[in-house]
Structures are given as structure tokens and as C-alpha cells.
Design a protein around this ligand. Structure first.
Ligand code: HGY
Ligand code: MN
Ligand code: MN
Length: 399
């Protein structure tokens, strides 16, 4: 019987990031494709029938594909230089939980499927949870097809290269109807589970969050010949905007705002940039506060840009409102895991997108440092292995 740690060990060489450390496994890259192949082989080795739906979601069926099935799973793509557990832990735990259920001799009364969602992180095409958004029709497929990665490849072309028909992307009621209940097991991404307490928690809600792009336009010019007083340098405006983001969020209780990515165009040491792009991530439990915060940041950015002789444009890339998980399913998870505390999370998940359409819930696994989206993300082997037992307890109760 495979354990979660042996399953994760088997993929520990795939998609290592040579710069930051950890893993860079963007959707449909060679690394993510290898992981999808690994998952398919592991599922088939367990007698599960594997199919890919028209949005690139992998489904591994224990029993016949059926309406109203119990579905569990997560994602295999990562942020740039991410940890080993964000996504793969839920997939490996699901595979190992099938082994546990088989060993327990569980005879399911309903079909069970393990799903792997593409582009959960949005690290290649910018929109988080793209697979579950397409499935549920919460993104216009035309918009999804037109999304471009940093190299200019469209999502349509990347999907085609991955064997999908881009014309068939979009809301898939047949696949959605197959989900009776969805449970995602995931590494906890804060310090919600202490060393001495239980190793798993039941999820209650996901903090509302969104992504925006700020483009600061200036006058590209020569670093040596342009006097300081003659400049319209978008990098100088961008630096002040980043500080303003930090100050605006710090002044708003419960808010989080981050500029995690910046790009100067063209990006040359002796070149005053023509424009600078900043990507902004803002989160708060009250969606109205998130909107106000973004508006305030935009207003400040406009003033700062004008002072530097620049202009700024804001566009929204994605938004997910604060989402509570289905209370009845949450109670069932609590009954199956009576020691587990109930935790809210500040991280987004496919379970949050699905929660708007089907009963969805989450199980979180202890992360002793609380570090995530980083090579230092960590789960003890014993907790990783226990997560398969915990997920099996949940699935057995729901089967
Ligand atoms: O960005 C997020 O919250 C998630 O980890 N995708
Ligand atoms: Mn993540
Ligand atoms: Mn994740």
C-alpha cells in the first residue's frame, strides 16, 4: 500500500526550480504534463478509469462515472518556486485514501472520483482556478482562450498543445452534475494547526480575493542623457505605488494586499522604462472593503503617477468573493474527524469556486511553520501519511 510520502517522493524530482528552489510546475508545462502522466498511471494501477474532460480536468473513477458522485482532489500546478505540498498533497492523499478504503474493504454505495484541476494557481495565465472556473461557467471561454502567458502563448494554443479542443472549453453541465459532494484536502497555509493539537482541520470559509494589473506608462529614455528633472520614469512611480499598497492594507484591519510581481518594459539597466506592470493581489473577508481598498490604491496610484509625469491604468484579472463552505457537508466532515478544529483560510482553492455550484468542503493538514507558496512549505511525514487516513475517514462516511 502506497503512503502519501512515498507517492510525493516519486514526484520530488519533477519541475524543480533552479533559481528559487522548490517547484515551478506551470499548467501544461513539461513538468505539469509529467505529473498528470504520473497521476494517470497511479490511478490506473488502482483500477481507476481515467478520463480528461473538455476543460482539461482529470477524473479518475472508482466505479462508473455517475451523476452525484463523491469527488475529491486538488491540483498539480504550482506557483513559481512553490512548495512540494500545495496541490500535490491533496492528490497523493486521494490516491492513498483509495488504498486505505480498499484495505478496509469499503463497498461504496456511490461512485468516487479523484480530480486534478489545471491552472489552480493562475501562475501561467493569470487567472486562478481557471479549470474550475471554466467547468462552472464562471469565466467566459472567449476570455479564457485569449489569456496569454509571459511568452505570449494563448491559453487556446496551450490547451490545443495539451490535446484539448479550445473550442470546447467552457461550462460543462454534464461534468458538474457528476459532483454530488466535493472535498479537497490541502496543506494548511497559515499557522492554524499547532504542534501539540490535531494534525487536520475542517475548512469553514475562504477569504474573498482578487487580482489586478496596474500598468504605469512613462517616457522611455536614456539613463545617461536624461536629466533627473526631465524624466517621466514609471519605475519611480511604481516604487511609490508598492509602498502605498502596503500602507493602505496595513491601515485596514484584516486586509492583505501584495505586489508579488513587477515587470519593467523593456527592462535595461541603462534604460528609463517605457512602462512598468505591477500585479496586485488584495484580500479581505468583506468584498466591499476589498473593492474600496482597490479603489483607494488606484486613486493613490493615479496621483503618484501624475506627480512623476506618468499615467496609470488598472484592470481586474480575477475575483473570488468570500465563500463559506456547505454547512451540512462541513458538519459531516466534523463528524468524521471529531478532533479536527474548524478553520477559515486566506488562500483560494478550486473547492471555493465549486462551492458556488455544489456542496464543497475542505480538510487542512498541519503546516508547522505556516509558510506556503515558498520552497520552505513543510508537512511532517507522519502528518502527510495520516492525511490519507483522515481523508479515507471522510470519504468512507460520505460513501
Ligand atoms: O493564491 C491562492 O490563494 C491560492 O493558493 N491559489
Ligand atoms: Mn497555492
Ligand atoms: Mn493549492
Amino acid at each position: 500500500m502506497a503512503t502519501v510520502t512515498t507517492l510525493l517522493d516519486a514526484i520530488s524530482g519533477i519541475g524543480r526550480d533552479p533559481v528559487r528552489g522548490g517547484y515551478s510546475r506551470p499548467v501544461f508545462s513539461a513538468a505539469e504534463t509529467d505529473l498528470r502522466a504520473w497521476f494517470t498511471a497511479e490511478a490506473r494501477a488502482r483500477g481507476l478509469g481515467v478520463e480528461t474532460d473538455r476543460n482539461g480536468i482529470l477524473w479518475a473513477w472508482w466505479g462508473e462515472p455517475h451523476k452525484g458522485a463523491l469527488v475529491t482532489g486538488s491540483h498539480l500546478d504550482s506557483v513559481p518556486g512553490g512548495g512540494a505540498f500545495d496541490g500535490p498533497l491533496g492528490v497523493a492523499a486521494a490516491l492513498a485514501a483509495v488504498d486505505v478504503l480498499n484495505e478496509r474493504g469499503v463497498q461504496p454505495n456511490r461512485s468516487l472520483a479523484i480530480t486534478v484541476f489545471p491552472e489552480e494557481e493562475g501562475s501561467r495565465f493569470g487567472v486562478a482556478c481557471l479549470g474550475s472556473r471554466l467547468l462552472t461557467g464562471t469565466i467566459d471561454p472567449d476570455r479564457a482562450r485569449a489569456l496569454r502567458d509571459a511568452d505570449g502563448t494563448s491559453f487556446a494554443d496551450a490547451a490545443r498543445a495539451a490535446g484539448l479542443d479550445p473550442e470546447h472549453l467552457g461550462r460543462d453541465d454534464e461534468s458538474l452534475a457528476r459532483i454530488g459532494d466535493f472535498v479537497e484536502l490541502h496543506v494548511e497555509q497559515g499557522r492554524g494547526l499547532g504542534e501539540d493539537g490535531p494534525a487536520v482541520a475542517v475548512g469553514s470559509s475562504i477569504l474573498g480575493h482578487g487580482r489586478w494589473k496596474l500598468t504605469v506608462h512613462g517616457q522611455g529614455n536614456h539613463a545617461g542623457t536624461t536629466l533627473m528633472e526631465d524624466r517621466a520614469d514609471p519605475m519611480v512611480a511604481a516604487a511609490q505605488i508598492i509602498t502605498a499598497v502596503q500602507q493602505a492594507a496595513a491601515a485596514q484591519p484584516g486586509a492583505r494586499a501584495t505586489v508579488g510581481r513587477i515587470q519593467a518594459v523593456p527592462g535595461g539597466t541603462n534604460v528609463i522604462a517605457s512602462r512598468v506592470q505591477l500585479w496586485l493581489d488584495v484580500r479581505h473577508e468583506d468584498d466591499a472593503v476589498t473593492a474600496q481598498l482597490v479603489e483607494a490604491i488606484h486613486g493613490k496610484a493615479q496621483k503618484t503617477a501624475a506627480f512623476e509625469g506618468c499615467t496609470v491604468a488598472l484592470s481586474q484579472e480575477s475575483f473570488s468573493p468570500t465563500t463559506s463552505f456547505d454547512l451540512a457537508l462541513q458538519r459531516q466532515l466534523q463528524l468524521a474527524l471529531p478532533q479536527a478544529p474548524v478553520l477559515a483560510t486566506g488562500a483560494g482553492h478550486d473547492a471555493g469556486i465549486l462551492a458556488g455550484h455544489v456542496p464543497a468542503g475542505m480538510v487542512f493538514v498541519r503546516n508547522p511553520t505556516g509558510i506556503s507558496h515558498s520552497p520552505e512549505e513543510y508537512v511532517e511525514d507522519a502528518d502527510a501519511d495520516y492525511s490519507a487516513q483522515a481523508l479515507a475517514d471522510v470519504l468512507e462516511a460520505l460513501l
